[in-house]
Ligand binder design. Structure first.
Ligand code: ATP
Length: 653
């Protein structure tokens, strides 16, 4: 045993048991020889440490680590792959024969020897104290004398011939030589179970939102319900109607319908707006399509391309847009009679004419209970004017600023959804002054915006009808600030030439509020993203570990995954994932798993105590060494995967 480690030790730590009883330290858990599991109280101590425990752990910067709070999995005893408690050479040939410590190795093997039955120390995840006060002495680092200690009958061999750390590791893992950095250190304070914990995973709201959007993106229609859907049109397939085909509307005299589709080559999802029975006669209108394609803005649905097709059995014109799953129209969100509590107050009164004052009182009462919050309306105004500003500045006009052609996604995000359609289907080849037409359309956009804001403020689409406008404005004056009324008045006035930039001073400081909200939201998302980046890193690490563990054979070696470096990785896997509590129940602690994996990924010098499944042998090994084993073993597999099969070469010849 000692021969193996001759002159291999450069750093030896000793626990001075004369003034520090390791078994009395709250970090250490005692388990009886008979069952080998920790005493409940100590386990509880670990899982909910007292402040004093934590301070001791924190003061103790990880020179020696003695493992875990719970025992390795019980009931897997005496597997021949594990090290014999009586022999240091034969019954664990895997370890001894295939794992030969080198100058760089710092595997610390601890043999329990004959006294294994008296083993009474369970490895802990934190390190014991190492200062004079806490009774751990650092011995001569250069002496290379292995230190051994008998604890309750178990012999521990401590050594720490820390591997020569290459400069990369230093840069990656250390701020200084004394501090190791490994990201995502979980909290010790709570015993975090394996669940969707926000400490490690994306918040439930965002996760649910993204999952449902992904689901909607992948949704495919039942072919029996939609037997007439073409399999493929142009470069798109997997068509899925976004609205009941029977509900398709008539837009400027043309029937339209919407589909989700997948691009055949890229697999990207798009939204197709089909104009039924439209024969494209004036290709000059495609000039507008090119202009729209170049226009990108966060509040418009990007136009990708336009083409004609006969796949639907007619001459259809298809506008391809970005797909925004889970969106609904502004009409549906705020004016839909499908919503339980919604009814259009103006429409109701129209059906039963009443005296003006009575009608107004009714409307005001309704308004008091149902009005949209003013910040929300300003939020919409800012987004819509932002889109219009860009559109008008590129000498285009929206021409469809209507609650059915504005889509809303989560967090009240608005997008203009039907851009370019009017420019194509209403194109007049005889118009000699397209610029004047565009300016006229821009003025109409502003009027349409005024009507939309008025409709939102009154929660009624009929409020904007000529006969209702004066009552509607009166209601707005009573329910909202004068600024909002002024914006509506400005947009609806026909006396002057209006411009979207004139609205900026009316929006005023509300713009900063919007900006602040957006930036806060970006920070929340970045925070969520950073968690998932950590999870992605751990996923790659786990993929490597799982690729190695339990591999049936490599290069015709059936014992490969059970020997040498791989043996340690197997015990490490048990240590991380297969621990059990005192009564044999699986012991699940997410913080333990995440912390161990992070330490492995960082390859820090802290040591971990690994125990064979039969509890007869213990290995004290640094995470740095485990990382080396992982990388080496994975490289072996990778290299083997790249070796060409000679028989295939023969075939080629
Ligand atoms: N780019 C898009 N991405 C995802 N869904 C969209 C997109 N554009 C529109 N939709 C959805 O498609 C559906 C139909 O849109 P459409 O513009 O036809 O509205 P509509 O209310 O049916 O209007 P109309 O009555 O004029 O047909 C709506 O549910 C809308 O939310």
């Amino acid at each position: 045993m000692h021969d193996l480690y001759q002159n291999k030790f450069t750093d030896i730590h000793k626990i001075n048991f004369s003034n520090f009883n390791i078994m009395d330290h709250p970090m250490f858990v005692r388990y009886s020889p008979s069952n080998g599991v920790p005493q409940e109280s100590k386990l509880a101590n670990y899982m909910n440490p007292q402040p004093s425990d934590l301070s001791i752990r924190q003061s103790f910067s990880a020179k020696l680590n003695l493992g875990s709070p719970a025992t390795p999995k019980k009931g897997l005893s005496h597997n021949t792959e594990f090290i014999s408690k009586t022999s240091s050479s034969s019954s664990s040939p895997n370890l001894y024969l295939t794992y030969c410590p080198t100058e760089n190795n710092h595997l610390n093997f601890v043999n329990n020897g004959e006294d294994m039955d008296h083993l009474n120390v369970t490895p802990e995840p934190s390190s014991p104290p190492h200062s004079a006060n806490t009774s751990l002495e650092l011995l001569d680092k250069s002496g290379g004398i292995p230190y051994q200690e008998n604890v309750g009958g178990t012999t521990y061999f401590y050594s720490s011939p820390d591997p020569p750390v290459n400069n990369d590791t230093v840069v990656n893992n250390s701020i200084t030589s004394e501090y190791n950095v490994y990201p995502g250190t979980p909290s010790y304070v709570n015993s975090l179970k394996l669940k969707q914990d926000p400490t490690f995973f994306m918040g439930e709201d965002i996760r649910g939102d993204i999952v449902s959007r992904n689901m909607l993106t992948l949704l495919l229609p039942d072919p029996q319900v939609f037997p007439d859907l073409p399999q493929e049109i142009d470069s798109y397939h997997e068509l899925c109607p976004l609205e009941p085909i029977s509900n398709t509307s008539v837009h400027k005299g043309y029937q339209t319908s919407m589909y989700k589709a997948t691009h055949i080559k890229t697999g990207m999802h798009y939204c197709l707006r089909r104009i039924h029975g439209f024969r494209l006669q004036h290709t000059k209108s495609m000039m507008y399509v090119d202009m729209w394609k170049k226009l990108t803005h966060s509040n418009i649905v990007q136009l990708k391309e336009v083409f004609t097709t006969k796949c639907f059995g007619d001459n259809s014109l298809i506008f391809v847009y970005d797909f925004h799953p889970g969106s609904e129209t502004l009409l549906n969100k705020h004016f839909s009679t499908d919503q339980n509590d919604y009814c259009d107050p103006f429409a109701n009164d129209n059906s039963t004419p009443r005296p003006y004052s009575h009608q107004k009182n009714e409307l005001l009462r309704y308004q008091a209970n149902n009005k949209l919050p003013e910040p929300l309306i300003w939020n919409y105004i800012i987004q819509l004017t932002s889109a219009l500003r860009v559109i008008h500045s590129t000498h285009l006009a929206c021409r469809s600023l209507d609650p059915t052609k504005i889509i809303v996604t989560t967090k009240n995000r608005l997008r203009l959804s039907c851009l370019g359609v009017m420019d194509v289907i209403c194109h007049d080849p005889n118009n000699m002054n397209p610029l004047a037409l565009m300016q006229h359309c821009q003025q109409e956009d502003l009027t349409a915006l005024g009507k939309l804001v008025l409709a939102l403020a009154c929660k009624s689409t009929t409020a904007v009808q000529r006969e209702n406008i004066s009552i509607a404005l009166d209601i707005v004056s009573r329910s909202y600030t004068s600024d909002l009324r002024n914006v509506i008045m400005y947009l609806l006035s026909s006396q002057q030439r209006r411009s979207v930039t004139d609205l900026m001073p009316m929006i005023g400081a509300r713009f900063y509020t919007q900006l602040d909200n957006l930036q806060n939201n970006v920070e929340i998302l970045e925070n969520e993203l950073s968690k998932e980046i950590e999870n992605g890193r751990l996923f790659r690490l786990l993929s490597k570990l799982i690729t190695i563990n339990e591999r049936p054979e490599l290069n015709l070696d059936a014992a490969w995954s059970e020997t040498g470096d791989r043996y340690m990785l197997k015990l490490f896997r048990d240590y991380v994932f297969h621990q059990v509590s005192e009564d044999g129940r699986p012991w699940l602690d997410m913080s333990h798993i995440v912390q161990c994996l992070n330490k492995l990924d960082a390859g820090i010098l802290e040591k971990v105590c690994l125990m064979s499944r039969d509890e007869q042998s213990i290995l004290v090994v640094s995470y740095a060494e485990l990382k080396r084993c992982l990388d080496q073993s994975f490289d072996d597999i990778l290299n083997a995967s790249l070796i060409e099969d000679p028989s295939r070469n023969e075939e080629k010849l």
